[in-house]
Design a protein around this ligand. Structure first.
Ligand SMILES: NC(=O)c1ccc[n+]([C@@H]2O[C@H](COP(=O)([O-])OP(=O)(O)OC[C@H]3O[C@@H](n4cnc5c(N)ncnc54)[C@H](OP(=O)(O)O)[C@@H]3O)[C@@H](O)[C@H]2O)c1
Length: 303
């Protein structure tokens, strides 16, 4: 039986992945800062939820002990106290990779993001690039995955904008809404993980995961609004103005927008064509038009 430790197993991608791995027969240790209060009884046998902060050496080692496979999904979109981009995306990624190597882990899968680059405008993207480099140095055979926007039940993007579209009279189109995304379905992402874990051929590789089509941010917002029958005004906001707004809002806890989040939108999140993709893993990515309306129904439907 495969013993897998998933750091970030309580998050959006993590919850889907942990369940898939357990159903496929693996014994899964899901680790995050907060251990889950409830776990469904049927799955308890193969899924163990525990607390392990990736900023803590001893906790990371304890979570990896006995695992043959480690997956690191830990990532943040805004900084707070000790949870800085550098601490989480670079130092935390290095800590997991170093411990995995030291403890004899066979396979390490590290999740980065499309847009990761040492020259990216956003610190989040630069820290993701530094994390990739730290992982490659500590564990050269690691597999790195860079997803575009991931969607599915419980996602952040479509659910978040659906709720806002229903509630607010207007939504900003940052940078005119021209940033390009290639949204990828969570079940396709999970299938990609499955293929990676099933074969050593993926060791040392970097994969870029995107869906079958590229959309602008504006097209995605229009799609969400039409799906939930909401008609907020979509107001173009230049990047500079959005950065000023993000700079003001980010002083509040749980800020709806930060300056770095605006900077993330300055670069497209689409596959580059120079790295292998889901298709190379035998996964045919599905179109979002057939999937998203099903789980956005809770927000209201097209009349
Ligand atoms: N979702 C997307 O569209 C998307 C796109 C591209 C890349 N990615 C990347 O994919 C990964 C997973 O994304 P997601 O959407 O599933 O994120 P998420 O829902 O925000 O989950 C993040 C996970 O990390 C855990 N975490 C945060 N700080 C931690 C710490 N110090 N120690 C241990 N665990 C910690 C969180 O649990 P606690 O808060 O309890 O610790 C949670 O389990 C991230 O690296 C993200 O950058 C996601």
């Amino acid at each position: 039986m495969q013993h897998v430790t998933v750091f970030g197993g309580s998050g959006f991608i993590g919850r889907h992945l942990v369940e898939h791995l357990a159903r496929a027969g693996a014994s899964v240790r899901s680790a995050a800062r907060h251990s889950l209060a409830t776990a469904k009884p049927l799955r308890l046998a193969r899924i163990q939820h525990g607390a392990a902060d990736i900023l803590d050496d001893a906790a990371v080692q304890a979570a990896i002990q006995g695992a043959d496979t480690v997956i690191n999904l830990v990532g943040i979109l805004s900084q707070a106290q000790r949870q800085t981009f550098t601490a989480i995306h670079e130092d935390g990624a290095r800590r997991v990779a170093v411990s995995a190597r030291r403890l004899g882990v066979r396979q390490l899968v590290h999740v980065s993001a499309l847009g990761a680059s040492p020259t990216a405008p956003a610190l989040a993207d630069r820290s993701k690039a530094a994390g990739e480099e730290a992982v490659r140095t500590a564990f050269p055979d690691a597999t790195i995955i860079r997803p575009s926007l991931v969607y599915g039940p419980g996602d952040h993007f479509f659910n978040g904008f659906a709720a806002q579209a229903r509630r607010l009279p207007a939504l900003p189109l940052i940078g005119g809404g021209q940033t390009r995304f290639q949204p990828v379905y969570i079940e396709d992402v999970v299938a990609g993980f499955g293929a990676i874990l099933a074969s050593s051929a993926s060791c040392g590789m970097t994969y870029e995961f995107g869906g079958p089509r590229v959309y602008t941010f504006k097209e995605l917002l229009e799609f969400v609004c039409a799906t939930v029958s909401a008609r907020p005004l979509l107001v173009a906001l230049p990047f500079w103005a959005a950065e000023v707004l993000g700079g003001l809002l980010q002083v509040f806890p749980s800020a709806p927008l930060t300056r770095d989040q605006v900077r993330l939108l300055r670069t497209d999140k689409v596959v580059s064509g120079s790295e292998p993709t889901l298709a190379d893993l035998g996964v045919e990515a599905k179109a979002l038009e057939t999937i998203v309306p099903g789980y956005l129904a809770v927000h209201g439907r097209r009349a």
